[in-house]
Design a binder for this molecule. Structure first.
Ligand code: SAM
Length: 258
């Protein structure tokens, strides 16, 4: 199947069924997604970029921001009471919406984040608003290749990824979670709830149909499997819809087995 045929095929699919695709087709879709993000700003006017950045800030009080922020605040409180800083490593941190939500809690002054983000305008905005935190401009493949010595505060208390791993093919999402597991003691993922709940029935590569609204494809991931392979146990999966009321998303929390 060549790239165009595959894209057209999924672009006309209107349901939320999942499709099983080959390893090669996974890579084709991922190439499409990477191109979408890498030169996205070159295809946008400055005001469209500003509007995109504003949309991230506007979601501050939405449950998909406040629920993970309050879970982090709960986990951070006993650490802070012991006089320590609570550390977070986030992949695909965008403009820092998690930090914006944490600013509304009483733990913010004792939290330190290291973010990884490939999209230049998001990185610049993060640096402007959160100069006391750290951000590296890098994508998932770059994250995996990063020298562990860069992560000076490891082990981080929590690895966080929100609507980011679904943009990566299974082999890469799994590798990111594996890298995170070497650097962090806990894992918090906000993503398709299906990703945490599905019975994959042995399927390796599952995708959601093309989303015309976001112009993207999303991959489904068997997170419980990835995590148990790494010696992490799933603690809970909490359904939290997107602000538009879109169901099917949730938070999956896991921690390293003792
Ligand atoms: C839907 S946004 C979510 C942003 C933020 N985490 C949130 O919850 O609002 C997806 C994020 O993943 C990033 N991203 C896209 N492709 C990526 C890749 N290959 N590696 C790492 N991050 C990627 C985007 O730049 C963007 O910040």
């Amino acid at each position: 199947m060549d790239e165009l045929t595959l894209l057209e095929h999924h672009a006309v699919t209107g349901s939320y069924d999942l499709y099983e695709i080959s390893d090669d087709d996974c890579e084709t879709l991922f190439t499409h997604l990477k191109k979408f993000w890498i030169d996205r700003d070159a295809r946008m006017t400055p005001s469209a970029i500003d509007a995109l950045i504003d949309r991230y800030g506007a979601g501050r009080d939405a449950p998909y921001r406040t629920v993970p922020a309050s879970m982090i605040a709960d986990m951070a409180t006993p650490v802070i009471e012991e006089g320590r800083t609570y550390t977070i490593l986030e992949l695909g941190c965008a403009t820092g919406p998690l930090l914006q939500s944490l600013e509304q809690t009483n733990v913010y002054d004792h939290v330190q984040m290291v973010g990884i983000e490939p999209f230049g305008p998001f990185v610049k905005d993060f640096e402007k608003n959160f100069p006391t935190h750290t951000i590296f401009q890098n994508d998932a493949e770059g994250f995996i290749a990063m020298n562990p010595a860069v992560f000076k505060s490891a082990p981080y208390a929590t690895f966080y990824a929100s609507v980011t791993l679904c943009m990566l093919p299974p082999r890469l999402a799994r590798a990111c979670v594996a890298k995170a597991a070497t650097l962090c003691d806990g894992i918090l993922i906000y993503d398709y709830l299906a990703n945490g709940m599905l019975d994959f029935g042995g399927a390796q590569n599952l995708i959601f149909p093309y989303s015309a609204e976001t112009e993207q494809y999303y991959f489904a991931h068997n997170y419980p499997q990835y995590l148990s392979d790494l010696g992490f146990s799933k603690m809970d999966v909490i359904p939290v819809p997107r602000p538009e009321g879109i169901e099917g998303y949730g938070i999956l929390r896991a921690r390293r087995d003792k």
